[in-house]
Ligand binder design. Structure first.
Ligand code: DX5
Ligand code: ZN
Length: 217
């Protein structure tokens, strides 16, 4: 199966956000990946509701919102109202992850769990059946343009086994340092969704780069 491609808007030109979103509309991108950072969960601040709402006004594709924030349960409904189609919260930021996933689903959004590089996927054993998506971080969250962490391949295998064992429908999303070199092995191991920021937006032809990722095997 061809992977879903979710370009990360974090790497786009914010001074020309409308045309960047239109480029993604006209490309083979499946989702738009939206990185929300609070300066607490991660050592960086990205953007919040007004920018998400602006993206939503022009986007013709689902918005995949990745919350890198503490206490995400305080803002789930607002992210949904601002246009999120999928909302992923970090397992490391949720004291009551099961409850927060139900809270996301109650808004009508799909519920995702994001996992830092140091966190074992085995921690998801008792909650994987409730997730629509698992976002495996292949860099430490907080910044675009970082180097891919090789241990991710092993985690995909372990997560895939868990998903099968628990009869979960969750998709496996890989986020961080994705490029043309690591994509074939990521797909072979079982990745369903590829997030790509700098690789897409620093390319001479971003739409073609998205098409290349989409057709890679
Ligand atoms: C990192 C973000 C990623 C990032 C990916 O904290 O969650 O989504 O934008 O960017 P690249 O593809 O440049 O690593
Ligand atoms: Zn992300």
């Amino acid at each position: 199966m061809r992977p879903l491609i979710a370009p990360s808007v974090l790497a786009s030109d914010f001074a020309n956000l409308q045309s960047e979103v239109e480029m993604l509309n006209n490309s083979q991108a499946d989702w738009l990946h939206i990185d929300i950072m609070d300066g607490r969960f991660v050592p960086n601040i990205s953007f919040g509701f007004p920018v998400l709402e602006a993206i939503k006004r022009y986007a013709q594709k689902p918005l995949d919102v990745h919350l890198m924030i503490v206490e995400p349960e305080l803002y789930i409904e607002r992210f949904r109202e601002a246009g999120a189609d999928t909302i992923s919260v970090h397992v490391e930021a949720c004291t009551h992850l099961h409850r927060t996933l139900q809270q996301i689903k109650a808004t009508g959004a799909k519920a995702g769990i994001a996992v830092n590089p140091h966190t074992s996927v085995h921690l998801l054993e008792d909650v994987i059946a409730d997730a629509d998506l698992v976002c495996l971080m292949s860099v430490n969250p907080g910044f675009g343009g970082q180097k891919f962490i090789e241990n991710t391949y092993r985690k995909i295998e372990a997560l895939k086994n868990l998903i099968i064992q628990r009869n979960s429908q969750a998709l496996i999303e890989i986020d961080g340092g994705v490029n043309q070199h690591n994509t074939p092995l990521l797909l072979e191991k079982g990745a369903d969704v590829l997030v790509a920021g700098s690789f897409v937006f620093s390319a001479e032809d971003p739409a073609q780069t998205i098409a290349d990722l989409k057709s890679s095997k």
